[in-house]
Design a protein around this ligand. Sequence first.
Ligand code: NCD
Ligand code: ZN
Ligand code: ZN
Length: 345
Amino acid sequence: MTETLTITRPDDWHVHLRDGEMLQAVARYTARQFTRAIVMPNLTPPVTTSAMAAAYRERILAALDEGQDFTPLMTCYLTDNADPDDMAHGFEAGIYTAAKLYPAGATTNSDSGVTDVANIKGALARMADIGMPLLVHGEVTDAEIDIFDREKVFIERILQPLIEELPHLRVVFEHITTENAVGFVKSAGPNVAATITAHHLHINRNAMFEGGIRPHAYCLPIAKREHHRQALRKAATSGSPKFFLGTDSAPHEVEAKESACGCAGIFSAPHALESYLKVFEEEDAIDKFEGFASFHGPDFYRLPRNSDTITLTRKPNQVVEGLAAAGTVVVPFHAGDTINWEFAA
Ligand SMILES: NC(=O)N[C@@H](CC(=O)O)C(=O)O
Ligand SMILES: [Zn+2]
Ligand SMILES: [Zn+2]
């Protein structure tokens, strides 16, 4: 049995670091485990210009602990009024690594998102030309589509036609949750990849209703049926370069989660690697972990792989019930549970 595992230091290809006091509290957890992270732009107001992204990057760097070596990779929040010139300038100047498509109303702080992909065709064509990746929150927002079907319908109505129209567009289908998404990504060209969260590998939709309503298991896209979770586990551990690590760690204050209208998001940053590794161990695929966590992401983004290493040790690791943040508490994924791996810097 593997007792310690040393791998190339991983990156997180999808994370919410927030801003202000929450940023001050949570940035350190991501910087502790990862060298780089794709930082989501869904702040209020959203990060829609390269100047805003450059300023946000500075705030992130200022929030790190002494001695932490971490590179935030910034993203542009696309709106109906996206400015292709500023976006392309930001990409070419190294301020932006990618741009993010939030269908308006699909998730947290997506109200300024895109109401119809037709409105951003100019920006998308420009991205295809310059090789700038498009990151997608892939859910339709139509109230008549069942919440558990929104990802599948997004593929049929939006993503498949988009890729047919712009076959060279580089696309990361973020936080996939269905076997439909796994199948779509596998059958698409090498310019289409996906991130998979730790929580969607661990929980199915029953977790939200286990003995009562469980707001800390609520995230978007919502967890699906067990056969979808099994398909995600198979994809993540398959060794395919199309699937890579993106935690979607999304902290909300405990009061905003434990509420009559609780926010979507699971805060997985503190023990992200341990959580993923547990899945790879259960799937008897520890040998595939380094590719998923450390190689497939930079290869897709055309960035160098990291050169330093990290070590995880097999030992009981008790996860705390809550962490202090922004004058209150955030509840981490696996709160109160014991995971059998521990990350050591
Ligand atoms: N995943 C979530 O449930 N929430 C994210 C938004 C997102 O990634 O869709 C957040 O910003 O809180
Ligand atoms: Zn999302
Ligand atoms: Zn997210």
